[in-house]
Design a protein around this ligand. Structure first.
Ligand SMILES: CC(C)(COP(=O)(O)OP(=O)(O)OC[C@H]1O[C@@H](n2cnc3c(N)ncnc32)[C@H](O)[C@@H]1OP(=O)(O)O)[C@@H](O)C(=O)NCCC(=O)NCCS
Length: 188
């Protein structure tokens, strides 16, 4: 499967992670306000973690199992966040969506913007049939991002294995299907 190298949103370029991004990645994803909600991400976050993640994103892009892109704002030089579709985490033809933004960029609609772009890419470019995301019920911003991107909560896992900071915890399971996406978009 050929995954896109970059995407454009209204105010962002979403592009591949590079070695030059790693100091910013370490600084921003290492902030507790961000990391507390990111179950797959170590905390504290080291340069070795970042180097390992860069290698994983390259290798898994090659196998078509992970589309991971970093967000760079128009007129900015540094990445301000990242978003990914993990095709190994769902069923056949499905993927799990994950994302984060630096706190300095919160509250401007950018999370919604990049989630909407990635969902459209997942259905139009990657050919997925459904996308899911697991979100802590207390993470109001993320739950709202997904709602605005067309997801619906299909169930609440009472003891989701990827609970907050790794331990079992409840999670809202959000889902959007290709059918629902196409019903709300001009896909001609
Ligand atoms: C989740 C995250 C990416 C949202 O980014 P964002 O750009 O601030 O989100 P948006 O500005 O698009 O906000 C979307 C909606 O969420 C709601 N929202 C935003 N911030 C909120 C907050 N602090 N509390 C409650 N609701 C909030 C609003 O309803 C908003 O819509 P509105 O502006 O039309 O009212 C960001 O908070 C983040 O990086 N958090 C840490 C990492 C994380 O939680 N990742 C997701 C793990 S599942």
């Amino acid at each position: 499967m050929q995954l896109p190298m970059s995407l454009r949103t209204g105010r962002l370029t979403l592009r591949q992670l590079t070695a030059a991004d790693l100091p910013v990645l370490v600084r921003e994803i290492g902030r507790w306000e961000v990391a507390q909600w990111l179950i797959h991400v170590p905390h504290p976050y080291s340069m070795a973690d970042a180097e390992g993640w860069l290698a994983i994103t390259c290798a898994r892009r090659g196998t078509g199992t992970l589309l991971h892109l970093v967000a760079v704002p128009d007129g900015g030089a540094e990445m301000i966040g990242a978003i990914g579709l993990d095709m190994a985490a769902g069923g056949e033809g499905e993927a799990e969506l994950g994302y984060w933004l630096s706190p300095a960029s919160w509250g401007q609609g950018l999370g919604t913007e990049m989630a909407q772009a990635m969902v459209a890419c997942g259905f139009r470019d990657v050919g997925l049939s459904a996308i899911e995301a697991a979100v802590d019920p207390m993470n109001h911003a993320s739950n709202n991002v997904l709602k605005k991107a067309g997801f619906r909560i299909v169930r609440v896992d009472p003891l989701h294995p990827r609970g907050l900071r790794g331990g079992p915890a409840p999670a809202n399971i959000h889902r959007i299907t290709r059918t629902a996406f196409e019903a709300n978009h001009d896909h001609a």
